[in-house]
Design a protein around this ligand. Structure first.
Ligand SMILES: C[S@@+](CC[C@H](N)C(=O)[O-])C[C@H]1O[C@@H](n2cnc3c(N)ncnc32)[C@H](O)[C@@H]1O
Length: 355
């Protein structure tokens, strides 16, 4: 039997899970009584992805709370439903976000995961409600969940201006955390012209520009995405330029290195081969391709984050996460050779192949 990710909504889980205030430390909250910190200060990140999601949902729910006013009121919750807070207020407890929460959850932080959490809870979570059907049917659940045709996945993802911005926020926030590890997984300084195909907001491209200041970096994406990226996402590096187009139906710009970050995992093998063959034909001699994906183990029994991402792909796209041997096979089939794999130990890994 397929179990749903949470038996109750994450927000409810937080309220259920927190009746003893010592548990608040688990969610990244410090409790203070008589100005003494009573919860142990956590040095590390939350221990599991679920903890991270719960922690983050909590911060999203109570965004703006800084310990000086009633938490339920600030969170827009009816005061009488929040027994845990009342009880703590009875103890004259005060609350403030921990350093971890301030760093990863506060909206204004440079490393904020706020947009990721919003997308997970408002878009991915409803899709996961149809996970059983997704497994039975082997296809995405855009139609059942949102009433949208399953064929054009990006039409579904970009179904409104609001959804487009949320998705782009999600994409952007991943590279704020892991971008540097990805762009330095291999020494890419020999590649002069780099094109990030489907580069979205340009977040990974900006990390590239920082790591390889003498290379020129182009972000290539659909016209509406390029327009939104330039309007809404900060572009502090003028070494990154944007170009719009369609990598399936149109031409792609010539380059020494093509970056495909979280692109292959959206598509079935045939579409990946079509795209990689086009890249091979346009790539300059001596050039290469860098795939950035969450790599499964060869036996597919982990890592757990890659498995979860693969289920996300199932409910929302036409693709899946793959183990290194599958990427090697697709790359070789499209003409690339000398495939090197680097597991970064973070959420995403890197594969480099040359023409
Ligand atoms: C899963 S997102 C990955 C974004 C980015 N590479 C990252 O890792 O943050 C896929 C990206 O491919 C873009 N894309 C999808 N179909 C495309 C097409 N036919 N031509 C160009 N870009 C496309 C989407 O707009 C989106 O930005």
């Amino acid at each position: 039997m397929i179990r749903r990710p949470f038996s109750v909504h994450p927000r409810q889980q937080i309220l259920n899970a927190a009746p003893r205030h010592r548990h608040l430390g688990r969610f990244g909250l410090k409790t203070k009584t008589n100005n003494k910190t009573t919860a142990k200060k956590k040095k590390n990140h939350p221990s599991s992805p679920q903890d991270r999601i719960i922690l983050a949902s909590f911060r999203a729910t109570t965004s703006g709370c800084n310990g000086r006013a009633s938490v339920p009121e600030r969170a827009g919750l009816p005061v009488q439903t929040s027994g845990v807070f009342q009880r703590l207020q009875g103890l004259k407890a005060l609350y403030s976000s921990t350093d971890v929460a301030n760093l990863y959850l506060a909206k204004g932080s440079g490393k904020s995961l706020h947009d990721m959490i919003i997308y997970q809870s408002q878009t991915i979570y409803p899709l996961w409600n149809n996970m059983v059907d997704a497994v039975r049917e082997g296809k995405n659940q855009n139609e059942k969940t949102f009433g949208l045709p399953p064929e054009d996945i990006f039409q579904a993802i970009y179904r409104s201006e609001e959804e487009k911005l949320k998705f782009m926020g999600l994409m952007n926030s991943s590279w704020v955390l892991d971008g540097h590890d990805i762009v330095t997984a291999f020494n890419l300084s020999c590649f002069q012209e780099i094109v990030d195909l489907g580069g979205c907001t340009g977040a990974l491209a900006r990390e590239m520009a920082k790591a390889y200041p003498s290379s020129s970096i182009t972000v290539f994406d659909l016209p509406q995405i390029v327009e939104t990226a330039q309007k809404h996402f900060s572009q502090e590096s003028n070494t990154v330029v944007f170009q719009s187009g369609d990598f399936f139906s149109g031409e792609i710009p010539p380059a020494d290195l093509y970056v495909l970050a979280r692109i292959i995992h959206d598509w079935p093998d045939e579409k990946c081969l079509t795209l990689l063959r086009k890249i091979y034909d346009t790539c300059k001699p001596g050039g290469g391709v860098l795939l950035v994906e969450a790599l499964l183990f060869e036996n597919r029994r982990g890592p757990v984050m890659a498995q979860i991402f693969s289920l996300n792909m199932l409910v929302q796209t036409e693709g899946r996460e793959r183990p290194p041997s599958e990427y090697t096979r697709i790359l070789n089939k499209s003409g690339f050779h000398n495939v090197q794999v680097c597991r970064t130990g973070k959420s995403y890994d890197a594969i480099l192949a040359v023409r």
